[in-house]
Unconditional design. Structure first.
Length: 266
C-alpha cells in the first residue's frame, strides 16, 4: 500500500484528482469505480474544474457506482443515482449511458446483482476504484464480517452507518435499512484502488485498514491483499498511524518516474 499523508482535505482532493486525471488522459476509455458519500466530493469538484477549463475530457470514460440504496427512487436527492448525476456525470461531462448503478428498486434483487457483476466484466473490469472508508472500517457497504469473497449483493446497513448517513436525510428514520453494494471480492478485482479519508473521525478506521491485522471486523483491511492501493488522507485521518513518518519519507523520496505531484491550490 502507498500511504499519502497531506496537510488538509484540499490537498487530498487535488492529489486524488491528479491521479484520476492522469489515468483518463492516458486511457480516455478508462472504467472508473465511483464511490459516493462526502469523502470523494472534493476530488470530483477538482476534476470538474479541469473539465470546465478544457484540460480534461471524461466523455469516453465509463463508471460503475460502488453501491446504491434499496427502495428509494433514483430521483430521491440522496439516491446514489441522483448524487452521481449531480456530482459526477454532469460536472465531469460524462456520457450518462456509460455510468451504471446496481438497481436498488429491482423486483428480483439477486438477478440485478448478477447483472451488475456481468456488466462490470463486460466493460473489461474497473481500472480505478475510488473508495471512502466508513468509521467502522466498511468499504462500499461491506459492513464488518462481510465475506472477503463477496460479490455485488444486498446488505443490511449497520446501525452505525445509518447513524453516520442520517446527516444526508431529513430524519434518521428515512435512512434506508438496505443497500446493494459491490462485494469485497468485486472491489479486489479493480486494477487499482484509491482510498480517500479525511478527519479525526476516520483515524481509527484508517489505522486498522492500513496497519491492523487483516480481519473481517475491519473490511478495509482486506485491501492489504491488493497489489496497487493508494491511501490518500489528511493529517487528522493519519493521526492513528504508527508509521506515519515512514510513509511521509517514502512519498518524499519516490522515484521521479513514479511521482504524481500534489497540484498547488488555485
Ligand atoms: C459510499 C460508500 C461508503 C462511504 C463511507 C464513507 O459510496 O460506499 O463506503 O464511502 O461510508 O462515507 P463518507 O465519505 O460520507 O464519510
Amino acid at each position: 500500500m502507498e500511504i499519502v499523508i497531506l496537510p488538509d482535505s484540499g490537498a487530498v482532493a487535488r492529489f486524488g484528482s491528479a491521479v484520476l486525471a492522469d489515468l483518463v488522459r492516458k486511457t480516455p476509455e478508462a472504467v472508473l469505480g465511483l464511490a459516493t458519500g462526502s469523502s470523494p466530493l472534493g476530488i470530483y469538484a477538482e476534476l470538474a474544474a479541469l473539465v470546465a477549463a478544457g484540460d480534461l475530457d471524461c466523455s469516453r470514460a465509463s463508471g460503475f457506482a460502488l453501491d446504491e440504496y434499496v427502495g428509494i427512487s433514483e430521483d430521491h436527492p440522496q439516491s446514489y443515482a441522483h448524487v452521481l448525476r449531480t456530482e459526477v456525470i454532469e460536472p465531469l461531462r460524462m456520457d450518462p449511458s456509460r455510468v451504471h448503478l446496481p438497481d436498488g428498486r429491482a423486483a428480483d434483487i439477486p438477478a440485478a446483482c448478477d447483472a451488475y457483476e456481468a456488466a462490470i466484466r463486460a466493460a473489461g473490469g474497473i481500472d480505478l476504484q475510488i473508495l471512502g472508508l466508513g468509521a467502522n472500517g466498511h468499504i462500499g457497504f461491506n459492513e464488518p464480517t462481510s465475506s472477503f469473497a463477496s460479490r455485488t449483493r444486498i446488505k443490511t446497513l449497520a446501525p452505525r452507518t445509518r447513524a453516520d448517513n442520517a446527516r444526508f436525510f431529513d430524519s434518521p428514520d428515512e435512512v434506508p435499512t438496505h443497500c446493494l453494494t459491490q462485494g469485497l471480492g468485486t472491489i479486489l478485482e479493480a486494477k487499482r484502488i484509491l482510498l480517500v479519508a479525511q478527519g479525526e473521525a476516520k483515524a481509527d478506521a484508517v489505522a486498522r485498514t492500513v496497519e491492523g491485522p487483516v480481519t473481517a471486523l475491519c473490511p478495509g483491511s482486506v485491501l492489504q491483499h491488493h497489489p496497487h492501493v493508494t491511501v490518500v488522507i489528511d493529517e487528522a485521518a493519519a493521526s492513528g498511524l504508527q508509521l506515519a513518518d515512514y510513509y511521509r519519507h517514502v512519498f518524499e523520496h519516490k522515484p521521479e518516474w513514479q511521482r504524481i505531484a500534489v497540484p498547488p491550490a488555485s
